[in-house]
Design a binder for this molecule. Structure first.
Ligand code: FAD
Length: 440
């Protein structure tokens, strides 16, 4: 996080469009989901209005790991080369540890590493700046507009059809503009106002299910032992006190590390836990980590919490993981509850759903089709990840698995394959496959 880097400056988003202007699509939220939707629509020459509540540079609480799944979209949106010229950490493996302290390192597929497609870790303030800045250009070039410091306060709808938004221009300015479009994309994260209208307002359905929502807490540290360098492994630790959930160390390069902890909200309620205190305890007292933090320095002001809406299937619901459409509106990313319930990754699915939503808008297809295509594509891996999250509640099984994996290269290969190919994840639930790999 070099001081004075260009992504720490502002982004000029041009003039605010006149009150009452009409667009082909309005995108609410300028994170990865909104940037992808706006960028792909603009590349198809649609007149887009992209609205972001924050002012650039803006932070987003995250683990900052951008997985291989994201890179195709980062490239298609024209950001990959520029991003790779800025400092980042190249991920080439994942280290796991189990509650009893056994460790295993799983290298990512060599082919992906060789092609530089295994993924990176870099602060979201930098990643999102690069994405938004590029998409801003695409939107303006195709005749659209971009607003920052614009808080979408109200979703305009008549007879169940979403027709536009009301935006407060500048904090406490009292200026509220209305804009209209045949399509509004909700990309405002876990508290997205479009998602609230679609799920709760128009359909009287439940938005937050605490057994499918996760709380996350993140801090930045400098000088944690074993996290030096600009490439290597990210670390996921299934510590005893955080179950189901995990403690992570994601190096960002230049000696800076994203350190965090995540746990399902419903489990925190049951176990009466607080993440900040849990993290302090792990850092100061856990035998695997306390030595590593002895000379480390906490970066002041970087401790923040946020929520992760998981994409795990909800029992008894016919729209999975949650309703993602209304007439005139589609939801993407966290607003559509698409975070992987095992790994906590959500950037990749935000980009994937942003692209998919843009395609449905360009082809003017219905929301039901979007819901079906989205769950058809992501449902199998989200369901598998949910099974893995449930399995990880059994500490003895995690201990046994990680100890075995530490000794048997065949299991490490299986895990590499699982991370690389989401189809291979299905194998984890084939009892024969597991028995064969673990025992022989
Ligand atoms: C602690 C933690 C760790 C995580 N670690 C990882 C990780 O390592 N890797 C990974 O892939 N994912 C991780 N995730 C998940 C990831 O951060 C999200 O899934 C991802 O940011 C979703 O992108 P999005 O565009 O849908 O939403 P967001 O990134 O939340 O963007 C939403 C945008 O909408 C704007 N907005 C909100 N309301 C309004 C409004 N009313 N008007 C206008 N704009 C609005 C917000 O300001 C924001 O810019 C983590 C999440 C947390 C909380």
């Amino acid at each position: 996080m070099g001081e004075g880097s260009f992504w720490e400056g502002g982004i000029d988003t041009g003039p605010v469009p006149e009150d009452g202007s009409a667009f082909d699509a309005i995108i609410v939220g300028g994170g990865p989901g909104g940037a992808a939707a706006a960028g792909y629509l603009a590349m198809a020459q649609k007149k887009v209005l992209l609205i972001e509540k924050g002012v650039w540079p803006r932070d987003k609480v995250c683990g900052d790991a951008v997985g291989g799944k994201s890179l195709g979209h980062v490239a298609a949106l024209g950001v990959k080369a520029k991003l790779e010229e800025t400092p980042h950490f190249r991920v080439n493996g994942i280290t796991f540890s189990s509650p009893n302290g056994a460790e295993v390192n799983v290298p990512l597929p060599e082919e992906d590493i060789a092609k530089l497609e295994a993924g990176y870790a870099l602060p979201r303030v930098q990643f999102d700046w690069l994405l938004f800045d590029r998409v801003k250009d695409l939107v303006i070039e195709s005749g659209g507009s971009v607003i920052q410091d614009g808080n979408v306060k109200n979703i305009i709808h008549h007879d169940g059809v979403i027709e536009g938004v009301e935006v407060e221009i500048g904090k406490r300015s009292g200026i509220v503009n209305s804009y209209s479009a045949p399509w509004t994309v909700g990309a405002g994260g876990y508290r997205c106002p479009v998602a609230k209208t679609v799920v709760e307002g128009l359909n009287n359905e439940n938005m937050v299910d605490r057994m499918h929502y996760c709380a996350g807490f993140r801090q930045y540290w400098k000088g944690v032992k074993g996290c030096e360098g600009d490439s290597g492994s990210i670390e996921i630790h299934f510590v005893d006190t955080v179950n189901p959930g995990y403690f992570w160390l994601f190096p960002l390069g230049g000696g800076v590390v994203n350190v965090g902890i995540g746990m399902v909200l419903g489990e925190m309620d049951k176990q009466k836990k607080k993440l900040k205190a849990l993290q302090e305890d792990v850092i100061s007292n856990h035998p695997l980590f306390k030595q590593r933090f002895v000379d480390a320095e906490f970066i002041k002001g970087s401790g923040k919490g946020w929520q992760l809406p998981f994409g795990s299937p909800r029992k008894g619901k016919n729209m999975q993981p949650r309703r993602v459409f209304a007439a005139g509106a589609l939801l993407v990313g966290d607003a559509a509850s698409l975070v992987d319930p095992f790994s906590g990754e959500g950037i990749g699915n935000a980009l994937v759903s942003g692209e998919m939503a843009s395609r449905h808008i360009i082809e003017n297809r219905g929301g039901v089709e979007y819901q079906e295509e989205l769950w058809g594509l992501l449902g199998p891996e989200l369901t598998n990840s949910y099974k893995m999250q449930q399995t990880s509640k059994r500490k003895w099984l995690l201990n046994w698995f990680v100890r075995k994996a530490g000794k048997k290269p065949a299991i490490q290969e299986m895990m590499t394959e699982m991370i690389a190919s989401k189809e291979a994840q299905g194998n984890l639930h084939s009892k024969w496959f597991i028995l064969k790999t673990l025992l022989f």
